[in-house]
Structure formats: C-alpha cells, structure tokens
Design a binder for this molecule. Structure first.
Ligand SMILES: [Zn+2]
Length: 441
C-alpha cells in the first residue's frame, strides 16, 4: 500500500468502504453485543504506515466516522468501542444522554494525564444516575434513549475537551475519544433520520456552594444577566447551544423563554422541586456565583455550530447524585421532565415519543391527567403533570362557558353549569395542552 493511495477523494471513499466492511464484519461476528474493534485494527494498520501518513489518515477516519457509525445499531442494544472503554446504548428517541466524566476505570496501560490547567475530578455518580434515568425512561415510555458513557476515569481521558487536551497528547488513547464522538455522531444521524431535530443532553456534577442545577447553554453569567430583549437578539441566539430551537419552534417561544421562562428546562426542574439556574425562579447567576455554562461537547454537538440538534448541559448538585434515594426520586422527575420537553419542542403534535413505536406509548404517566370526581356536581379537581395555567370549559357545540386562570389546587367550580357532557381544555405552564371530557350531574 503506497502513500499515494491515501491522497485524493477516491482514496477517502475507498477508505470509508474498507472501514465499513471491517465494522460490518466485526458487528456481524459479535452479534447483539456488537463492537467496533474493526476501527482499532484500521488505526493500527495506519500507524504501521508511518507518522507522515498518520494525521491525514486520522482525519479521514474522523470524516468516515459518521458514515461508519450510521450502520444499523439496534435500539435497546449496548455496544462497546475499542477495548470496551466507551459504551453506547443505541436508542430510538429524539435525544442523546452523554456522560463524559462519570467513568472510574483507570488501566495502567493508559498514562495519567498531567497537563497544565487540566481537571481530573470524577463527576461522582453521574454514570449511575444516567443508567437509572435511561432504564426508568424505557420502563415508563417504552422508548430507549441514546446514551454514550465514557467508562474511563477523567485522570486518563477527559471526554469534554478537544482531542489534545482530552488525551494529553497520548496518541494511544485517541481512539477512545474517536469512539465517544463517533457514537454520538451515529446517534445524531439516527435522530435526524427519525425526527429531523433533537437534543443532546450532557450530564455532569458540580461541587459549587449553591445547591442548584446549573443548566448550560454556552451563555456566560454576564450574558444571562442581560434583559430578555438582549437574549432574544440574533447575535445572542447565534452563540447559544439551542440556536436551532430559538430560531423557530412550534409554539413560537422566544430564546429568553426557552432559557428561563415557564417552558424552560430550568423552570420545569424547579417546579418539580429541584432548584435550577437559569429558570423563572432563579433567572441568572449572580456575579459572585460559580456557574458552568457548557463545554466542548455542548459546543461541538449542539446547534451553535449549525444543524438542528440542540445541546444542553445539566450540572447536578451533590445531593441528587450521591444519595441513592434522592437520586432515584430525582431520576423519576427527570424522566417526566425530559419526556415533556422533548414532546413539546421536538416532536409533532401527538407523535409517539420514539421511532418504531406505533400508537400510544405503553405507559405514559407524563401525559396523564387525573380528574375527579367524574361525574361531578360542584367542583372538579384536576391533577396534571405540570402546574395548570388555565382551564376552559366548552359544551359539545364548542361554546366557551367557563374560564379559570391559575385555579388554586387545580379545583374548578362547575356548580353553575347545567347537567351534561363537557370538554375541558387545560393549558399547562410549560405550554402543553391537554383535553378532557367530564360529566356534570
Ligand atoms: Zn463534568
């Protein structure tokens, strides 16, 4: 194989074909617990070609990644990258969960990173939290989230940095970095095919003094302290990790509303009892506050750099990660919040929450509205998955008979309605709409 073979676009195409065959063979051989060892073999072959070729070959490998990883991964199946250090749960939802700093493996074969200004701290229990989230999400909705986990300790590899800082220039661990981002690229391709848009959600843990979730959109504290009109300016939207969503969404929410209005992830978390910044309750970090606004992955995989997959970084405080019971309660809430956020922002109205699922999800408490008693005489009680903004009651001819805003305790007085069948239209604080039928005695 001469060096000339690698130059030109034909060479890149051939390279892609070689990779494809190797990876297909490898996955085929290994069945459901697939692997991408073929890529490792190619890289070792490239290294034997000599260092002069290596940068170009690595570039081609990177370019080929999304194509290679677009091979059919089976939703609900777990795959591992080279040497088993990167784990990918193939999914069928419109979102990806990424866990770059939750790994604990520290093989002696990989040298410790030792770089100026580098961080080595483990984001304690984020891997466990993400696994519990993914399992619970599947249980509740019947859908499998895409999830990518770096199993290596951050001392060995920091998966939220560019390849040089991530590996501290250790060429032997570059393949794990390629695996991580290759799996994400593959999940993104799948989401684009299935939904045309979606969300990259990255899970971290912080040790800051204020016990609140820091929701990162690549916007600095100083920016978040600006007025809504500044946040809604084109230049601010251009620098946001949710630029795609902010430029156009089904309910015409502005960028500021998506960041800290009622429909924002921060507000949804806060309403569930988990303080978050930014949110309507806590709109921006103060100048003296520590705040993580995102990193390499939110920049690389979100829509600030183009495309229609947005990115959000969730920096979780200690209590909701470390304690098993608190973590479990938080995971329950997070499942419902992510479900609602995705359904409201990224799915067609009434669409099933994942690809390949026909009809309604097999269990969908996030959409469940409890209404009692039914029939009712004087008062109707509503318990919704979110705070209720307003309720309108129509008769079967579509005539509006009653409207209540912020009904206290979700209770609607219906004593004055004549007996009959009615339709209630309920608007939730996050923008969601629900419709119910009830009988007035
Ligand atoms: Zn982290």
């Amino acid at each position: 194989m001469s060096a000339a073979w690698w130059s030109g676009s034909d060479a890149a195409a051939s390279f892609g074909q070689v990779l494809e065959v190797l990876v297909r063979t490898s996955i085929h051989e290994r069945g459901r617990k697939g692997s991408v060892k073929g890529i490792t073999r190619v890289v070792f072959a490239l290294r034997r070609l000599g260092s002069r070729c290596l940068p170009a070959c690595i570039a081609m490998l990177a370019a080929g990644h999304s194509h290679v990883r677009a091979q059919p991964f089976i939703p609900g199946t777990t795959y591992f990258g080279s040497d088993g250090y990167i784990e990918y749960h193939a999914g069928n939802t419109a979102f990806i969960v990424s866990v770059p700093h939750g790994g604990t493996l520290a093989p002696v074969s990989i040298p410790n990173r030792d770089c100026k200004d580098c961080s080595y701290g483990l984001d304690y229990r984020t891997q466990e939290l993400a696994r519990e989230f993914s399992a619970r999400y599947a249980e509740v909705t019947g859908c499998s989230p895409h999830m990518v986990i770096n199993l290596l300790h951050r001392r060995k590899l920091d998966m939220n940095r560019d390849i040089t800082a991530a590996t501290d220039s250790n060429a032997a661990s570059e393949i794990y970095w390629q695996d991580y981002h290759g799996f994400i690229d593959s999940a993104k391709s799948r989401i684009m095919r299935d939904f045309g848009q979606g969300l990259f959600l990255e899970i971290h843990g912080h040790g800051h003094a204020k016990q609140r979730i820091e929701v990162g959109y690549l916007l600095r504290s100083l920016t978040l302290r600006q007025s809504d009109s500044v946040l809604n300016s084109a230049s601010c939207i251009d620098s946001s990790a949710i630029a795609h969503l902010a430029r156009g969404n089904r309910q015409s929410f502005t960028h500021a509303m998506l960041l800290r209005g009622e429909p924002s992830l921060g507000s949804m978390l806060a309403r569930a009892g988990y303080p978050a910044v930014p949110s309507s309750q806590d709109p921006f970090p103060l100048p003296e506050d520590d705040y993580f606004n995102g990193g390499y992955n939110t920049l690389t995989h979100g829509s600030r750099t183009g495309g229609s997959i947005d990115a959000v970084q969730l920096e979780l405080y200690s209590a909701i990660r470390s304690d098993g019971d608190e973590r479990s309660a938080f995971v329950d809430s997070l499942v419902r919040i992510v479900y609602r956020f995705i359904a409201l922002q990224y799915l067609e109205d009434g669409a099933p929450p994942c690809a390949g699922l026909s009809g309604v999800a097999r269990l969908d408490p996030a959409r469940t509205l409890t209404l009692y008693p039914n029939p009712a005489r004087d008062r109707l009680h509503l318990r919704a998955p979110e705070a209720i903004a307003s309720v309108r009651v129509y008769n079967l001819l579509g005539v509006l008979l009653l409207e209540e805003h912020d009904p206290p305790g979700g209770t609607i007085p219906i004593g004055q309605l004549p007996p009959g069948l009615y339709i209630g239209s309920i608007r939730l604080r996050d923008g969601g709409m629900l419709r119910v039928r009830f009988v007035k005695e």
